[in-house]
Design a protein around this ligand. Structure first.
Ligand code: NDP
Length: 290
């Protein structure tokens, strides 16, 4: 195994491939400075082949690290302990390096979304009904957290049926009482029914990242429920977000989710409350102009 040397100033880091776009360093370093640790959170592009070398270096030097695409599942075999939610979803975004060098994994993405909707809409997951568009990593982490936190109903829409069914199987295992219904993006009658029955719709596909992307479904359908609220997981304005605004539906973007998943990571590493207001300001500055 090739050796990997980390910047000696780092106690925390985010790894991914690519990772240049990550705003976690700005957000976490603002918090770490406020808490008296200094700017000790780095960012490192790690290819899949270099994951073992990174983990070996992290065990010796870091107190914790975040994991982003494509390593959220690949990191699992390196961990000594995995919390039940991350185990069920087979996805880890937060690793704590214990004082003895052992590694504990958790997923804070779903928590991040739950906190964001509580903050923005005063909406609680327990007892709620939600429509998700997408069944990729982000949708899976969020839907699983919602199922475990006692959501009443989850309605899932995704292009690839096999992915949808795999996610549904995990959710049914997580919460056998959950009402669970599935549809393809073209099944407008079912989508209409889902949106009518939901308190919140979550756009968690990657459609909207590029300007020429098609919408994830026929957006006119959003009109069927004037009481609906919406989350767009993408940070910049997308056709989904603009359509919600045009129809008068309260909508929030992915920043709240990003903020609160990061705050929870910091709390897991330090065992103390994260300075959320400072992190929010740093994130806004980092995203400003994007
Ligand atoms: P994945 O690659 O894991 O999943 C992508 C999802 O988008 C899948 O459901 C996929 O459907 C769908 N999709 C992609 N292209 C198309 C298409 N042409 N037509 C229909 N469906 C399509 O990505 P992630 O789950 O990691 O990310 C999804 C979104 O969430 C991204 O926009 C990302 O920016 C955002 N995100 C936000 C976070 C935050 O903190 N705010 C955190 C993580 C992600 P299929 O299964 O059919 O391929």
């Amino acid at each position: 195994m090739t050796e990997l040397t980390l910047d000696p100033a780092w106690h925390f880091a985010v790894i991914g491939d690519p990772v240049a776009h990550s705003k976690s360093p700005q957000m976490q370093n603002a918090a770490l400075c406020e808490l008296g640790f200094g700017p000790c959170y780095g960012k490192l592009q790690v290819a899949a082949a270099d994951l073992p070398a990174f983990v070996a270096a992290a065990r010796k030097q870091l107190r914790g690290f975040n994991v982003t695409v494509p390593h959220k599942r690949a990191i699992l075999p390196f961990l000594d302990r995995i919390d039940p939610e991350a185990e069920l979803g087979q996805s880890v975004n937060t690793v704590t390096v214990e004082p003895d060098g052992s590694l504990s994994g958790a997923s804070t993405d779903g928590y991040g979304l739950a906190m964001a909707i509580r903050e923005r809409f005063q909406l609680e997951v327990a007892g709620g009904s939600f429509t998700f568009f997408g069944a990729g990593g982000a949708a899976q982490a969020a839907a699983l957290h919602f199922a475990l936190q006692g959501a009443r109903a989850l309605y899932l829409v995704n292009r690839t049926r096999s992915r949808l069914e795999a996610l549904a199987a995990i959710l049914a295992r997580a919460n056998p009482k959950l009402e669970l219904q599935l549809a393809a993006p073209g099944d407008e009658a079912r989508i209409e029914q889902f949106l009518r029955a939901s308190q919140l719709v979550i756009q968690a596909t990657s459609l909207g990242l590029r300007p020429d992307d098609p919408p994830p479904f026929r957006l006119e359908l959003l009109k069927v429920n004037p009481g609906l609220r919406a989350v767009e997981t993408i940070y910049h304005p997308t056709p989904f977000r603009r359509t919600c605004e045009a129809f008068g539906l309260p909508v929030t973007d992915g920043r709240g989710m990003l903020l609160h998943q990061g705050a929870r990571s910091l709390e897991l590493w330090l065992g103390q409350p994260a300075p959320v207001a400072t992190m929010r300001r740093a994130l806004e500055e980092a995203l400003c102009g994007e």
